[in-house]
Each structure stands twice: as C-alpha cells, then as structure tokens.
Design a protein around this ligand. Structure first.
Ligand SMILES: [Zn+2]
Length: 115
C-alpha cells in the first residue's frame, strides 16, 4: 500500500478496496455454488465409505462428507475471489484516495511516481 499521495505527498491515504470486497463476495457466491456440488460429492463419498459400517455408517459418512465438502468449497471460493479482487485493486482501479487533496490514484501511479 502506498504511504503518500503522489500529488501533495500527504500520508492520509484511504484504501477503498472495491475489487477486494467485490471479489470476495463473488468468490463466496461462486464457492457456495461449487459447495452444492462438493456437498453431494462429499456425501456420496462419505456414504460409500460408510457402507462398510452398515446403515449408521452411511448416515454418519454422508453428513461428515457433506460438511467437509461444504467447508472446503466456501472457504476456497472466498479466498480466491478476495485474492483476485486484490490484484484488480492494485493494478486496474484507482484504489486509493488522498484525504488531503482528494486525488484518486492507483498503486501503479505511485510506483511510477516514486522509482
Ligand atoms: Zn494528496
């Protein structure tokens, strides 16, 4: 994160992180969608593994498989989305705003301004 405004050199910089927030939301939604698939897949694997232990094993295996599948899908989606958004913030959007002169600027601008 840049510490100073490229125009007035003020240190009062606000990071908006629009991309990160949007990316995290989109990622979580995408993750949740893939969770549905993972849950069924996890439940299927759990049920198959539980078959060895009989009907109770099938139920326990299904629940455990669904929970594990859901956790992995949601967490992965959110993390990937946030990371993608962070990259967009740093390279594409004017993610930073100077609270002193209201200049909006991106990380790339400060990089070129301060070699
Ligand atoms: Zn400024």
């Amino acid at each position: 994160m840049p510490t100073n405004c490229p125009r007035c050199n003020s240190g009062r910089i606000d990071a908006k992180n629009y991309g990160k927030k949007a990316g995290s939301t989109i990622g979580t939604v995408a993750g949740a969608v893939s969770v549905a698939a993972s849950v069924f897949r996890g439940a299927e694997i759990g049920a198959t593994a539980g078959l060895v232990a009989g009907p109770v094993g099938t139920v326990v295996g299904s629940v455990a498989g669904a929970v594990i599948g859901g956790l992995i899908g949601g967490a992965t989606g959110g993390a990937i989305g946030a990371k993608l958004g962070e990259v967009i913030d740093q390279n594409v959007l004017d993610n930073y705003q100077c609270l002193n002169c209201n200049l909006k600027f991106s990380k790339a601008m400060t990089d070129s301004a301060q070699p």
